[in-house]
Design a protein around this ligand. Structure first.
Ligand SMILES: [Mg+2]
Length: 276
């Protein structure tokens, strides 16, 4: 056979999958960061907020383990305990983490400005709205009710604890496809503020949009960002845009308010037969 033919999807976009902290709520993705610092402090090993943010997006227990694997943290742990951190330490810190996180979650539950308008735009396009998160189901229950009070209720929410493996594995995205009954992955867009969250969407075969300004990459809330000088803001944004683009995000924008315009572009690419 001299020629073969390839099937391509050219239909409408069907769903959008939104991350939670740093994407739709908790500008700067603070709630987990502050608690990771606390659980290490309780073990006599101080860590910086920057160190706490490195693995952001992962299942929270995996996140604690990944912090313990940073060279700088391992060295400090060794100085404090005379040995490197082990799995039992990770488990003990996760046991500490859960109640501490539950206590502060509601303090960081405000929606990121523009979320409700963006969600209304997605609905007007006929998109179903799914979500994924590194939070556990217990934490998410609290956040979902806080979000609902503020007017945001996605059609599906999948937590890292609901699937065999969290980010960067694609399983939370795939579970959303089942919950929302939508396919193919080329008709779905994943939006996230972290690199593992972008990889999750890519591994699921979906379009991905990275958010550079409102999440973990800059790691500052709206008031703190407003205080930055123009040069400092520009350099922080450039770094975030580059990191997300290099992770493979199809598009990178400042925040969720920029997503509707990108959906027009993705829809046009799909109509031309392009795939993510
Ligand atoms: Mg996030």
């Amino acid at each position: 056979m001299e020629f073969s033919f390839q099937r391509s999807y050219r239909g409408p976009l069907k769903a959008i999958l939104l991350d939670w902290a740093g994407t739709t709520m908790d500008y700067g993705c603070y709630a987990p960061a502050v608690v990771f610092v606390q659980v290490y402090e309780r073990k006599g090993v101080p860590i910086s907020v920057e160190e706490a943010r490195v693995p952001m997006g992962a299942h929270k227990k995996v996140h604690i383990r990944k912090i313990s694997q940073l060279d700088s943290v391992r060295d400090r742990w060794f100085q404090a305990h005379g040995r490197v951190p082990e799995e039992q330490d990770v488990q003990a810190m996760f046991d500490d983490f859960v109640p501490l996180q539950m206590n502060v979650l509601a303090d960081y539950a405000d929606l990121i400005p523009g979320t409700l308008d963006a969600v209304a735009d997605f609905r007007a396009r006929g998109l179903k709205i799914g979500s994924t998160t590194g939070y556990t189901r217990e934490m998410m229950g609290l956040l979902q009710s806080e979000a609902a009070k503020r007017g945001y209720e996605p059609d599906s929410t999948v937590c890292a604890t609901d699937v065999p493996e969290g980010r960067p594995a694609p399983f939370m995205c795939l579970q959303n496809m089942i919950n929302l009954q939508v396919y193919p992955p080329e008709a779905i867009v994943k939006v996230d503020d972290t690199i593992p969250g972008i990889e999750e969407g890519l591994n699921a075969g979906m379009w991905t949009i990275g958010l550079a300004k409102t999440g973990n990459e800059i790691g500052l809330n709206a008031q703190e960002i407003a205080k930055l000088g123009p040069a400092e803001l520009k350099s922080k944004l450039e770094r975030a845009y580059n990191r997300m683009a290099q992770a493979g995000a199809h598009f990178v924008v400042d925040g969720i308010w920029d997503v509707p315009a990108v959906l027009d572009e993705i829809a046009a690419r799909v109509r031309r037969g392009e795939r993510p």
